[in-house]
Design a protein around this ligand. Structure first.
Ligand code: HXC
Length: 295
């Protein structure tokens, strides 16, 4: 085991690089904001004065999001919404507007994912992940932008991505392809909507362990690449570090940054070794038996 120190620990949660009240008077709409990294991002906006709208299809997640935001003393509303359904998305924005006015910031965080060898994915499993992650991200961004375009108000979108958008993601063919689409959308929409005052950026988390990780993903990380010494930073991320990046990207101090996808992972995705490690198939990594065609 190495005794190199790695990247220093960040300041504690609850502190911020941005001035207190940076988001006073703003509303931030966060899809999937009731759990995990979406909740962590929502919390940082809330700490800086934003009112938060959490959108999720799961009532338990909505309740968790509400409790977390209330605990830091910010205003919060929750809306049940399946982002694959354009009518439900419109209704969610309608509800958000009724409560707080049109949100100035959208965090497109909700996504679907589970590890699987590509050959084991059913057509519906593929469609479901692409539908939530790519189509849902577009539908929410479209609804948000149309409402701003209609009244000529400036706005900011942060789409949560994944580094396998650049590299491909063995074991995550569906999610990697969808996240590549999400990254591409950032670049397209930043240009299309910039003239109307809408900034569009991407934010890619590295490894930020949290209590809401699915068993599938946690199990895969435990087997493959969890643990501090396996990161170039010699540590994993602390959730507030992702929230700080999101709140910077949508803040007045980042207005000239648009069409950019920021990776917050301590350089983990750029990691290379001097000699290649042996290839292990995705089936072996996931502990699956040899592929057999079923009758
Ligand atoms: C194989 C699966 C599966 C699994 C669902 N399916 N889970 N196949 N392994 N673990 C298949 C189903 O069998 C079905 O296909 C199809 O997918 C749709 O399943 P439903 O349950 O009907 O869909 P739905 O409830 O709409 O969505 C299920 C879900 C979603 C996609 C699993 O609940 C989800 O994504 N939950 C996790 C959310 C999450 O943690 N997101 C953050 C990911 S982090 P059939 O053919 O049977 O009908 C991330 C960053 C990368 O993305 C991290 C890399 C390490």
């Amino acid at each position: 085991m190495s005794d190199t120190p790695g990247l220093p620990a960040p300041p504690p949660a609850g502190t911020s690089a941005l001035p207190a009240g940076t988001y006073d008077g703003d509303t931030v709409f966060v899809t999937g904001g009731g759990t995990g990294l979406g909740k962590a991002i929502a919390l940082e906006f809330a700490r800086l004065g934003a009112s938060i709208v959490v959108a999720s299809r799961d009532p338990e997640h909505l309740a968790a999001g509400r409790a977390a935001i209330e605990a830091v003393g910010a205003e919060v509303d929750v809306v049940e919404c399946d982002i694959r359904d354009a009518d439900a998305v419109a209704a969610a924005f309608e509800a958000a507007e009724d409560r707080f006015g049109l949100p100035r910031v959208l965090v497109n965080n909700a996504a679907a994912n589970f590890p699987s060898p590509a050959e084991d994915l059913s057509p519906n499993a593929w469609r479901t992940v692409v539908d939530i992650t790519l189509n849902g991200t577009f539908l929410v961004g479209r609804e948000f932008a149309r409402r701003h375009l209609a009244i000529g108000s400036p706005a900011s979108i942060v789409n949560v991505g994944a580094s396998y958008a650049w590299t491909g993601g063995p074991g995550f063919a569906h999610s990697a392809a969808a996240k590549a689409g999400v990254k591409n959308l950032v670049e397209t929409l930043a240009v299309e909507w910039g003239p109307y005052g809408i900034q569009v950026n991407g934010l890619v988390p590295g490894l930020f362990p949290h209590e809401d990780m699915t068993d599938d993903i946690r199990g895969s990380l435990d087997r493959i690449h969890d643990k501090d010494p396996l990161q170039p930073a010699m540590r994993v991320g602390e959730r507030q570090e992702l929230g700080w990046a999101a709140t910077f990207l949508a803040s007045p101090y980042a207005r000239f940054i648009s069409g950019h996808t920021l990776v917050v992972d301590g350089a983990n995705w750029q990691r290379r070794t001097l000699t290649n490690p042996p290839v292990t198939t995705v089936r072996d990594q996931l502990g699956r038996a040899a592929f057999l065609l079923e009758d």
